[in-house]
Design a binder for this molecule. Structure first.
Ligand code: SF4
Ligand code: SF4
Length: 415
């Protein structure tokens, strides 16, 4: 990856511009605040906006920790046992942050135990789970997170999924008490982040961003919202952390669908070029944006950590770009970009992006029980049988997804 115009610097460039002593000092102050430029084990770092934290370009997201409470010990324990090794590999390769949430099963406890004695090496992003409209409860939830992580402070505390003024009130108090350092928001809709950035309430945003946001092969999708958000974050010195950089992991799902010529063409290219190139290309594409600070990547195996961390020094070649194009062309008619454009168009109040996201958890992530739990938690009037199949959501969708059919499929999988 070229460093030209990129806020991060390669190890070679850093050593050319600085000194070994400066490198050591910067690394020692990684979580305490430093500037761009430090490298360790080939990892690259960027300044995380006004937090002044120096964050590794790749860190651990914990969507893979969204395992069902009904999975039972056998299936969940496999992931539980792997997670400490995943974290340790990430630290070994210079990664320095984890992003999770109190609602992501017991990932806080697992990570907290795994980072005992290494707390100073890790920037912790976490969030309270619902309910989020009650200040005392949010403050209690933060205490629980502190206990799970065996720490006296959370670095980056965020309102998860949507903003609430109660969260903000609690977060300000927690910050005064020194229990959190920085305040942020996670969510799928750029406009919601933009409002908080404009109101100067957040130090960072945690927003989905991936190659599928760039629909150059269809011109049907307007990505200006997210690019505009990132530019305004840059201007206001707000940190940008990206989620969902890998777009939804469609490939395993397609392996048996060779009758589809697009799938066959993509699988052939993956066979010739190597599947790891696809995921690395997706990360390289995200990190190519100078307004992005870092990507949180869900990883469920140690090998994936090595593969993903290597991407920070990769070169996005024409062949990688062609691979991304093939992937995007194959996935575009099935990929909900979670833009929520369709939501106000539904006369019965069904939230299509939520249902399509649960379908993605089931089909692409393989989190079948989670997806079923989330669907079951919806009131009947928000589930698919309440849909009149009027088609208004499809008409509104800038990606022209065949929503009605996908909702029927979602119900068949999730009910
Ligand atoms: S087709 Fe169903 S989900 Fe879509 S707008 Fe109509 S009622 Fe709502
Ligand atoms: S279904 Fe279409 S309009 Fe609705 S959230 Fe997904 S991409 Fe956006």
């Amino acid at each position: 990856m070229s460093t030209d115009g990129n806020p991060s610097l390669s190890r070679r460039r850093f050593l050319e511009q600085g000194s070994v002593a400066a490198l050591g000092a910067a690394l020692a102050n990684r979580t305490a605040g430093a500037s761009d430029g430090a490298t360790k084990a080939g990892m690259r770092y960027r300044r995380f906006g006004r937090t002044n934290l120096t964050i590794s370009e790749v860190g651990l997201g914990c969507a893979t920790g969204l395992k069902s409470r009904t999975l039972g010990p056998d299936r969940f324990n496999r992931y539980r046992e792997e997670l400490p090794a995943i974290l340790h590999k990430l630290l070994e390769l210079g990664g320095n942050f984890v992003a999770t949430g109190l609602g992501y099963h017991d990932t806080e406890e697992i990570l907290g135990n795994a980072m005992r004695g290494r707390r100073q090496e890790v920037i912790i992003f976490t969030a309270p789970d619902p309910p989020r409209d009650d200040v005392p409860t949010i403050m209690e939830r933060c205490e629980l997170s502190l206990k799970h992580f065996h720490t006296d402070h959370i670095d980056c505390y965020f309102s998860h999924g949507r903003w609430s003024e109660a969260f903000y009130e609690a977060a300000l108090k927690l910050r005064e008490q020194g229990k959190i350092r920085f305040i942020g928001l996670s969510g799928h809709v750029p406009a919601e982040h933009q409002a908080r950035v404009d109101a100067d309430q957040v130090d960072f945003v945690f927003q989905p961003y991936n190659y599928m946001a760039l629909a150059k092969w269809t011109e049907r999708f307007d990505r200006n919202d997210v690019e505009g958000l990132f530019a305004s974050c840059k201007q206001k010195d707000v940190g940008v952390l990206c989620m969902k950089p890998m777009t939804g992991h469609f490939v395993p799902n397609w392996a048996e669908d060779k009758a589809n010529p697009l799938v066959a063409r993509l699988l052939k290219e993956l066979q010739d070029f190597g599947k790891s190139n696809l995921y690395q290309a997706m990360l390289m594409w995200v990190l190519r944006n100078p307004n992005v600070c870092a990507a949180a990547v869900g990883m469920s195996a140690v090998d994936e950590v090595t593969e993903n961390c290597a991407a920070v020094n990769g070169q996005l070649t024409r062949r990688h770009e062609r691979l991304l194009d093939l992937y995007a062309e194959t996935a575009t008619d099935d990929y909900c970009r979670l833009c929520e454009t369709c939501v106000p168009h539904c006369p019965v109040g069904i939230r299509v992006p939520d249902l399509l996201r649960y379908r993605m958890y089931y089909k692409n992530y393989g989190h079948c029980e989670d997806a079923r739990e989330l669907y079951a938690a919806l009131p009947p009037e928000r589930q698919v049988p309440a849909c009149t199949q009027c088609g208004a959501c499809q008409e509104a969708c800038p990606n022209r997804l065949a929503i009605v059919a996908k909702l029927q499929e979602a119900h068949a999988l999730l009910a």
